[in-house]
Design a protein around this ligand. Sequence first.
Ligand SMILES: Cc1ncc(COP(=O)(O)O)c(C=O)c1O
Length: 382
Amino acid sequence: MELKGFSTKCIHGGEEGKYEFDVIPPIHLSSTYQLKYEDQDFVYSRVDNPTRRVLEDKMSVLEKGVASLAFSSGIAAISTVVLSFVKPGEEVILSEDIYGGTKTLFMEILSKRGIKYKYVDTRYADRLEDEISDDTRLVMIESPSNPMMRITDIEKVSKIAHEHGLKVAVDNTFASPYLQNPIELGADITIHSATKYLGGHSDIIAGTATFKTMEDYELVKLHRTRLGGVLSPFDSYLLLRSIKTLEVRMERHCKNAMEIAEYLSNHPKVEDVLYPFLKSFPQYDLARSQMRLGGGMISFKLYTDDQDKVDVFLNSLSIMKKAVSLGGVETLIEQPATMTHRALPDEEKKRLGITPGLIRLSVGIENVEDLISDLENALRNI
Ligand SMILES: Cc1ncc(COP(=O)(O)O)c(C=O)c1O
């Protein structure tokens, strides 16, 4: 029977007919397999593993691709995808405020091996036309972006990129497959830091990539095998377990975030709130047309950039924990300028709007009144 609803896919997708008695995916720890048949599926666990395969098949169902790969981290997924499609002398176009770790991968590692990159503000998709050169091979975007919550029109960017024969990879970490499916919108590859919403409990480091074509999948799989950044059977199992509750968690993340965004936007000590489904959000219409709900991430600007006051605010919180990362059931709060985006040059931070007063909130699934009281107390102190 066809699995129609998202939650049904989260629970059963990719698992049909795979085991005889088990109700949950078994963990296959074997690093190697007895060779009994020609062309058997499993030979050596770096190449393929039965538990990891269930996870990959589930991701293909959720992200509407033909096949998926699971990696030892989100950044392993990103670096393997880039190395699969781009050679020294060739170029990647990146969304201007793509995840800081993706930037440092290009700044510190890939550019030193001859891979060129440039940033484009992909909120304005038409700007791509002028930036594409003969050397460009890949466009890598993130929507909503981190931490400025910029939305990129995935359909438009994919169309322009494809007219020039380029591949499009979308980091869908912030949205999760529940809110948006980039392949359906025209992208070639959807990447996740599965450490975040897919994992959902801040206890796994993992990454995934889902593909529109088998050709791209085979190419990246070959690179993953050679580079070696595969996800372990146990972490694959943990992720499978987590994904079963993805829809219910996302519903609550989004509901809590919407209420908190509204609360913050009416608070006198908050200058601006960036949340895609707030009517005041500059790209509200695009966000509504591209995303099912607004997501669990909020960025907001305090009325002050005074570091002492920001510290008092962050240290006054008691339920919300000051920490990098996101997407877990617990609410995390951070100051991008000194934490996640600290490695960016000062002038780049300034250009993007990453000022000391900018705060990023990963809204958890706790009781929302408790979360608002926590913020109220901390804001009272500054
Ligand atoms: C949007 C985004 N993409 C990729 C990554 C990298 O993922 P990982 O930490 O799992 O390597 C992160 C991590 O914070 C992220 O936020």
